[in-house]
Design a protein around this ligand. Structure first.
Ligand code: AMP
Length: 389
C-alpha cells in the first residue's frame, strides 16, 4: 500500500476521500471527532503544497437533500484548519472542475455530499471517471467507508495514475492487522452489543486466534437460550440462536476460552428510570429483562482484561445509555483504559461509551470504523484498501 510519503504532491490536485459522516442536529455538528481524525492527512498535504479536494458522504440520502449537506462541515473544517474551505455545492461536473483547477497550492475544497450522486453507491464507472478528472492523485483516508466498493472509495482508483492511503487509514489498517498477525499474548477480545448476527463472524474469528473471548450485551441471550436458561423479556434475537449454538459447539475445540456473564442486571421494563435488580445467575425470570452484566461478571471481565497483553473491545455490555445499566460497560471501559497491554477499541458504541466515561484518550487505538473495523478483523478484504495496492 502506498503512503503519503511516497507521493510527489507539490502543486498537484490531490483528491482525498475522507469520512465526514458526522452526527448533525438541526444543521449543527454535535460531534466533530471524524473531522479531527482527518486533519493529520489534510495538514500534511497542505504543508507539502498540494491543492486539496475533499470528498465524503454524509448519511444515506436518496438524491440531493439539504438536511444532509456537507456545508456545515466545510465551515467547521475552516475553523479547525484556520483557513477558508471552498465549498463546491453543485456536484461533480464542469463547474467543480473549474473550481478545483483554480485552487492554489495549500488550498482546500470540499465537494458536496457524494451520495447526492446516484452512481456513488453503485460504484458507477462514469462517476468514478468524473471524480478522477478532478485530480492528479487520489488518497483514501476514509477507513470507515473502506468496506464499501463505491465510486469514491474503489472505482476511482482505476482511473487515476497515482493512489495512496491517508495517515488515518494507514494507521487503522496497521493497528487492526497487528491484532490478527502477531499479537502479544494473552489476546483478550471483549465483544458486546445488541445482535449476535452482526458479530458472529468476529466472535468465530477470535475464538480461533484469541486466548479469551468475553461476551456481553444483549448478544449473550441467544447463548443462554440455547444453553437452556430462561431469558424472560430480554432482547434475544431469534436469528441469533443457530449462530450462537454453532459458536458454542465450536468453542469446545477452539483456541480461546469463551466466557459468558455469570450474573445480570435486570429491569421490569426498558426505561432509563426502571429500578435495577441484580440477579446472581443468568436464569431471567418471566417479566424481567437483562439490561446489563452483573457485578461479579464485571469484576471477572475486568480481571481478565487486566491480564491481557493485547485487548480488543467492541460493543457495550448493556444498555449503557441508561445510567442504572451502564455499570458493566463502565467497568470494561475502565479496565481497558487501565490495562498495560495494547488496547484497541472498535468504533461505534464502544467509542461513544469511552467518550461518555472520559476515557477516549486512554487507549492505544480508538478505531473510527464500525463495519470496516469488524470486517477487517473477520479477515475479509476491504475493497477500499485492496484498491490501493
Ligand atoms: P451494537 O450496535 O450491536 O454494538 O449494539 C449497541 C446497542 O446495544 C446499544 O445501544 C445498547 O443499548 C444495546 N444493548 C446492549 N445490551 C443490551 C441489552 N441487554 N438489552 C437491550 N439492548 C442492549
Amino acid at each position: 500500500m502506498r503512503s503519503l510519503a511516497d507521493l510527489d504532491a507539490q502543486g498537484k490536485r490531490v483528491l482525498v476521500r475522507v469520512d465526514f459522516n458526522v452526527p448533525l442536529r438541526d444543521g449543527k455538528i454535535t460531534d466533530d471527532t471524524r473531522i479531527r481524525a482527518a486533519l493529520p492527512t489534510i495538514e500534511e498535504l497542505r504543508a507539502r503544497g498540494a491543492r486539496i479536494v475533499l470528498v465524503s458522504h454524509l448519511g444515506r440520502p436518496k438524491g440531493a437533500d439539504a438536511a444532509l449537506s456537507l456545508r456545515p462541515v466545510a465551515e467547521r473544517l475552516g475553523e479547525l484548519t484556520g483557513t477558508d474551505v471552498l465549498f463546491i455545492a453543485d456536484g461533480v461536473g464542469e463547474s467543480a472542475r473549474a473550481a478545483v483547477d483554480a485552487l492554489e497550492p495549500g488550498q482546500i475544497a470540499l465537494l458536496e455530499n457524494i451520495r447526492f450522486e446516484a452512481g456513488e453507491t453503485k460504484n458507477d464507472p462514469d462517476l468514478a471517471k468524473a471524480l478522477a478528472e478532478l485530480c492528479d492523485i487520489y488518497v483514501n483516508d476514509a477507513f470507515g467507508s473502506a468496506h464499501r466498493a463505491h465510486s469514491s472509495t474503489e472505482g476511482i482508483t482505476y482511473h487515476v495514475k497515482d493512489a495512496a492511503a491517508g495517515l488515518l487509514l494507514e494507521r487503522e489498517v496497521a493497528q487492526l492487522s497487528a491484532i490478527l498477525a502477531d499479537p502479544a499474548r494473552p489476546l483478550v477480545a471483549v465483544l458486546g452489543g445488541a445482535k449476535v448476527t452482526d458479530k458472529i463472524a468476529v466472535i468465530e474469528r477470535f475464538l480461533e486466534i484469541a486466548d479469551t473471548v468475553l461476551i456481553g450485551g444483549a448478544m449473550c441471550f441467544p447463548f443462554f437460550a440455547v444453553e437452556g436458561h430462561g431469558v424472560g423479556a430480554s432482547m434475544c434475537e431469534a436469528e441469533g440462536l443457530e449462530p450462537a449454538r454453532e459458536a458454542l459447539e465450536g468453542a469446545a475445540s477452539a483456541r480461546a476460552e469463551l466466557v459468558l456473564p455469570q450474573d445480570l442486571g435486570l429491569a421490569e421494563r426498558y426505561a432509563a428510570d426502571a429500578p435495577r435488580r441484580d440477579l446472581d445467575g443468568v436464569d431471567v425470570p418471566d417479566g424481567w429483562m437483562g439490561l446489563d452484566i452483573g457485578p461479579r461478571s464485571a469484576e471477572t471481565y475486568s480481571k481478565l482484561i487486566a491480564e491481557g497483553a493485547t485487548i480488543f473491545w467492541n460493543g457495550p455490555m448493556g444498555v449503557f445509555e441508561f445510567e442504572a445499566f451502564a455499570a458493566g460497560t463502565r467497568a470494561v471501559a475502565e479496565a481497558v483504559a487501565r490495562a498495560n497491554g495494547t488496547t484497541v477499541v472498535g468504533g461505534g458504541d464502544s467509542a461513544a461509551a469511552l467518550t461518555q466515561f472520559g476515557l477516549a484518550d486512554q487507549v492505544t487505538h480508538l478505531s473510527t470504523g464500525g463495519g470496516a473495523t469488524l470486517e477487517l478483523l473477520e479477515g475479509r478484504t476491504l475493497p477500499g484498501v485492496a484498491a490501493l495496492r
